[in-house]
Design a protein around this ligand. Structure first.
Ligand SMILES: NC(=O)c1ccc[n+]([C@@H]2O[C@H](COP(=O)([O-])OP(=O)(O)OC[C@H]3O[C@@H](n4cnc5c(N)ncnc54)[C@H](OP(=O)(O)O)[C@@H]3O)[C@@H](O)[C@H]2O)c1
Length: 349
């Protein structure tokens, strides 16, 4: 890389925003130059405005940043922005930044289903990245928007990719156990979730189903396999656990599927991108793994951990459990990996 890109985080005071900042500390290609959030936080020091901090904290010099407003003019020191805004504001704000020439890497759902906006999970569909060129031409923008998938779809699709490539997929059923941090900060009231499971997350099942097919198809056509998701909020802090049931395109033993996952390498691993986990999929043989507390930080939170691979007599295929860190692989880390991919492909300069 010739130089460090200057980056800003939009929604820097929230759960995903702070995760972005912590992953950008010491990044070899990106230097954080600004943090922005709502008018409520504008003008405060980041240390006063953040809603949450990771256990290791953030460097003092970053905590001293003044929180800026969400205006391209205020953030002109940056070339790239990472967006961790709620979707009701992200749509408009991200367009303003892309129009003003910024490369925008977004966690919000607002633009994910736009035809000319890639939903990128780089080990799964790096070949969709070039859609940004079509987007720029069509919208006459000097910048562009790249989105990463919903956290649940990010974890699911990474585990499905070697299955799709090696055996084909006819049908996927997934039942999720999703961590509290997935609801942002302050998130779900403690009196609703302690000693409880909430069997509904608004809009989640639809997002998982749509985004999985978009990512696993060609850039112009979604995949055609059937998918059905049931999503549930449980009282873990980080790490979404998903029970996955797959009808395969051809007959295969669970051991063959597990082996295909173990040896799988995506484009980020082949390109040696700084945030790429090696390996991207960790396969466990023990019956009681993966577990959120033990396994969510695999590969720095960027790998997914698969266990309990076995025959599925109902679907005549395989079933397994996959775990991934929702605010790292499922959010900020995936967005940073997307930016690394586009930088390596010289789509940002
Ligand atoms: N949490 C996850 O696991 C996860 C995973 C994937 C994707 N996402 C997506 O990432 C985005 C951020 O999620 P989060 O969990 O970090 O949410 P969060 O903790 O609620 O943080 C929201 C951020 O957006 C800012 N904000 C809120 N309302 C605003 C408004 N009206 N105008 C301008 N800024 C506003 C907040 O700034 P103030 O502090 O100034 O209010 C804060 O910085 C969402 O789109 C979410 O769906 C989250």
């Amino acid at each position: 890389m010739r130089r460090k890109f200057k980056v800003a985080v939009l929604g820097a005071t929230g759960m995903v925003g702070v995760r972005f900042i912590s992953l950008l500390v010491g990044h070899p290609w990106f230097k954080l130059v600004a943090a922005a959030a709502s008018e409520r936080s504008k003008g405060q020091r980041l240390r006063e405005a953040v809603r949450w901090l990771p256990p290791q904290g953030l460097p003092e010099e970053i905590l001293e940043f003044e929180v800026k407003s969400l205006s391209p003019k205020e953030l002109e020191a940056a070339d790239v922005v990472f967006s961790a805004l709620p979707s009701d504001v992200a749509g408009r704000v991200e367009e303003e930044f892309a129009r003003a020439g910024f490369a925008v890497f977004s966690n919000a759902s607002s633009h994910r289903m736009d035809k000319d906006v890639p939903v990128l999970n780089p080990e799964v569909n790096a070949d969709h990245a070039f859609l940004v060129e079509e987007q720029r031409k069509r919208r006459r923008w000097s910048g562009f928007i790249v989105t990463n998938p919903n956290c649940t779809a990010a974890v699911l699709t990474l585990s499905l990719k070697p299955i799709l490539d090696g055996f084909g997929i006819r049908r996927v059923l997934v039942s999720t156990m999703q961590a509290l941090s997935g609801a942002g900060y302050p998130g779900v009231p403690s009196l609703d979730i302690v000693d409880n499971i909430i069997p509904f997350i608004k809009g989640e099942e639809e997002k998982v189903e749509r985004e999985t097919l978009k990512m696993m198809g060609s850039p112009s056509k979604p995949a055609s396999f059937k998918i059905s998701a049931s999503c549930h909020r449980v009282s873990t802090i980080d790490g979404h656990l998903e029970a996955v049931f797959v009808e395969l395109g051809r007959k295969a033993e669970p051991s063959e599927v597990a082996e295909a996952m173990e040896v799988f390498q995506g484009e980020p691993q082949k390109l040696g991108l700084p945030t790429a986990p090696k390996p991207p999929i960790v396969v466990k043989g023990e019956n009681d793994r993966p577990q959120p507390r033990l396994d969510r930080m695999a590969g720095g939170g960027m790998a997914v951990v698969v266990g309990r691979m076995r025959k599925d007599p109902g679907l005549n295929g395989v079933k397994y459990v996959v775990l991934g860190h929702n605010t790292i692989r499922g959010a900020a880390g995936c967005s940073i990996l997307n930016a690394e991919l586009l930088a390596a492909k010289r789509l940002i300069s």
